[in-house]
Design a protein around this ligand. Structure first.
Ligand code: HEC
Length: 241
């Protein structure tokens, strides 16, 4: 009897996950934290287009500048919109009450979003907004149905329409169709979203850059040590042979 219940529960797992909206395929994204130029481009997009609503409240502007190779002067003259001190945390200027009124919810802090959701989820989400006249903002997202966030980058990506197909009685996302083109080609927009995802991964764990750097030194040390050990072994075995 117990065996039967376990088997029945086991068989129900795929149906449960389908009901939870997990059927949207996530696109893979090439993360490379050693690509400083990509991280800098991602930072610029984030600060210009996301920080007006979202915070990245665990990061300071000058720490980000130091990690990404941007001087305090450049950070000060190009990247400070929400504050005037480079030592400040990256907090949004939008008051919570205003956000609640405008969106019905407060845009979440994004510092850790690629760790909670995953880089693939973030990359796919940013490219999955579509026109939907039935929602308040006029936008919707296949990965986050009824999302309160408008498509803030639509002038770059353009408008897309989502085509759904019926699958076992539920509407399942099938594909996108281009509505009107944006200022970027699909390839450029994907590249820009890849840079943004790369930056968000850095933001979630800045110490990764330090770890990578230390890792390189450790490997170099081990290689030199291997060479010395080899010489030592030769020396020891010289008299035995
Ligand atoms: C006009 C305000 C606004 C701007 C600008 C904005 N967002 Fe949002 N965003 C929201 C709101 C509101 C939500 C909450 C959506 C919900 O819960 O339905 C949200 C949710 C999100 C989420 C989902 C977080 C989660 O884990 O649930 C991500 C990721 C996100 N935004 C990324 C971005 C990025 C990246 C940018 C910049 C390109 C950006 N947003 C710009 C308002 C905004």
């Amino acid at each position: 009897m117990i065996k039967k219940i376990i088997i029945a529960l086991w068989l129900a797992i795929p149906a449960l996950s389908l009901a939870a909206g997990d059927h949207v395929k996530l696109d893979s994204v090439d993360i490379d934290l050693s690509d400083k130029a990509s991280l800098q481009r991602g930072a610029r997009t984030f600060i210009n287009y996301c920080l007006s609503c979202h915070s990245a409240g665990y990061m300071r502007y000058n720490r980000m500048g130091r990690d990404l190779g941007i001087s305090d002067e450049l950070v000060g003259s190009n990247l400070l919109f929400a504050t005037d001190k480079v030592g400040d945390l990256m907090k949004t200027v939008m008051p919570k009450e205003v956000a609640l009124k405008a969106f019905g919810t407060v845009p979440p802090d994004l510092t850790l979003v690629t760790r909670s959701r995953g880089p693939e989820w973030f990359y796919t989400y940013m490219r999955s907004f579509y026109r939907d006249e039935s929602t308040e903002s006029g936008w919707n997202n296949t990965l986050f149905p009824s999302v309160a966030m408008p498509h803030v980058l639509y002038s770059w990506q353009g408008e897309q329409r989502a085509i759904f197909k019926e699958h076992d009685g539920i509407q399942v996302f099938d594909r996108f169709e281009v509505g009107s083109a944006g200022s970027m080609s699909e390839k450029d927009f994907n590249g820009t979203m890849r840079d943004l995802t790369n930056f968000m991964v850095y933001l979630g764990e800045p110490a990764k850059l330090v770890r990578y750097r230390i890792g390189v030194y450790v490997i170099i040390f081990l290689l030199i040590f291997l060479f010395i050990t080899y010489l030592l072994k030769k020396e020891f075995w010289k008299d035995i042979h």
